[in-house]
Write a protein that binds this ligand. Structure first.
Ligand code: HSE
Length: 351
């Protein structure tokens, strides 16, 4: 085991199930983790629970496009129709993958995480809402329950930006963080440099699955702002309120302006920053014109990048995928493997 319940079965959940189907055997062999999806609950697609496990490839095929999980074939022990909270409370899963569509108030994801912790279950999520709005409380509840809360997928999809800052660089003092943290805007800016109109570039980014359900969250800088808040809390140990982050999006930039800068070897980027100052931590998100020889200046498309300025090591830059269904699904797998290595409780649901 572990036994997994996917709460929300949209693009990321389906990509995760696909990866489990492809890698189940390899992950069992290499990491000793027998990944079994026992439940899926989605407010639109419906829900399934089977203690012996659901067949990942069949699940994905059943949920493709507008199809509903009602199309999943009958099997002995299959239970249909449990809602998300009942799935969390009563299925046999010991790890909850919280991937539900989440509103601005962070619900229903916050409620799902709390219910999981109350039942002694690990939670892994790529949902920024609950992490931004309830970081301290949710980690406290996880700790109290002796379980893990995996959030790698909330920043830079599967590129391990949080793990780098929190684990690999531990022992340094991180003086500043600077990054391209939104895939959609970087994709749009890159395509505008290539001559596309803003609206067409945005449509492409939506088609590729990078943009948020409401793309204003991307282009007005809110998505990058939320990631800055998560980085501040998780890597720097500092609570920053979203309203205290200076924010500007990219919608004021014209195609002509972006293309002219590129011809001169400079690139507009939506830069998110955290900087330790005498007055405390300063956080901002806004468009910055960078030369091509800046490590972030040449980052193109939906690729993201982050530079940690460390006191012992100097600047360390990580460049990788910033968005995408499979890329984000990988973050869930990363957290599962990390949790599997750090705990013996995965696979043993408390009585
Ligand atoms: N809409 C986000 C982006 C998805 O474009 O970066 C990943 O958080």
């Amino acid at each position: 085991m572990p036994k997994l319940a996917l709460i929300g079965f949209g693009g990321v959940g389906q990509a995760f199930a696909e990866i489990v189907g492809e890698r189940q055997e390899e992950i069992a062999r290499r990491f000793g983790l027998d990944l079994t999806i026992v439940a899926v609950a989605d407010p639109v697609k419906g829900s399934l629970f089977r203690d012996e496990g659901l067949e990942p490839a069949v699940l994905v095929a059943a949920a493709q496009g507008a199809a509903l999980l009602a199309g999943y074939p009958e099997q002995p022990g299959l239970v249909r129709g449990l809602d998300s909270l009942t799935t969390i409370r009563e299925s046999s899963a010991d790890v909850i993958l919280e991937l539900s569509p989440t509103l601005a108030d962070g619900q229903p994801a916050i409620e799902h995480c709390e219910a999981a912790f109350a039942h002694g279950l690990h939670v892994i999520t790529s949902n920024k809402g609950p992490v931004v709005l309830r970081y301290r409380e949710l980690f406290a509840k996880a700790q109290e329950a002796g379980v893990e809360f995996g959030i790698e997928g909330t920043v830079m999809s599967g590129t391990p930006s949080l793990d780098l800052g929190r684990a690999a660089l531990a022992g340094n003092r991180i003086l500043a963080v600077r990054g391209i943290l939104n895939g959609t805007t970087n994709y749009i800016l890159t395509r505008m440099e290539e001559g596309l109109e803003y609206e067409d570039a945005l449509r492409e980014a939506q088609g590729l699955g990078y943009a948020e359900a409401d793309p204003a969250g991307d282009v007005e800088g809110f998505d990058a702002l939320y990631k800055v808040v998560i980085l501040a809390a998780h890597v720097l140990g500092e609570q920053v309120a979203p309203q205290d982050v200076a924010r500007e999006g990219i919608s004021q930039l014209t195609r002509a302006e972006v293309a002219a800068a590129a011809r001169e070897g400079r690139h507009w980027k939506l830069i998110a920053q955290l900087e330790r100052t005498e007055a405390g931590l300063r956080a901002s998100v806004g468009p910055v014109l960078l030369p091509a020889d800046d490590p972030l200046g040449s980052v193109r498309g939906a690729t993201n990048a982050i530079t940690y300025t460390c006191d012992l090591l100097g600047p360390v830059t990580l460049i990788g995928a910033g968005a995408g269904r499979r890329e984000t699904a990988f973050a869930l797998l990363h957290d599962l493997i990390r949790i599997g290595r750090s705990t013996t409780s995965v696979g043993r649901r408390p009585a």
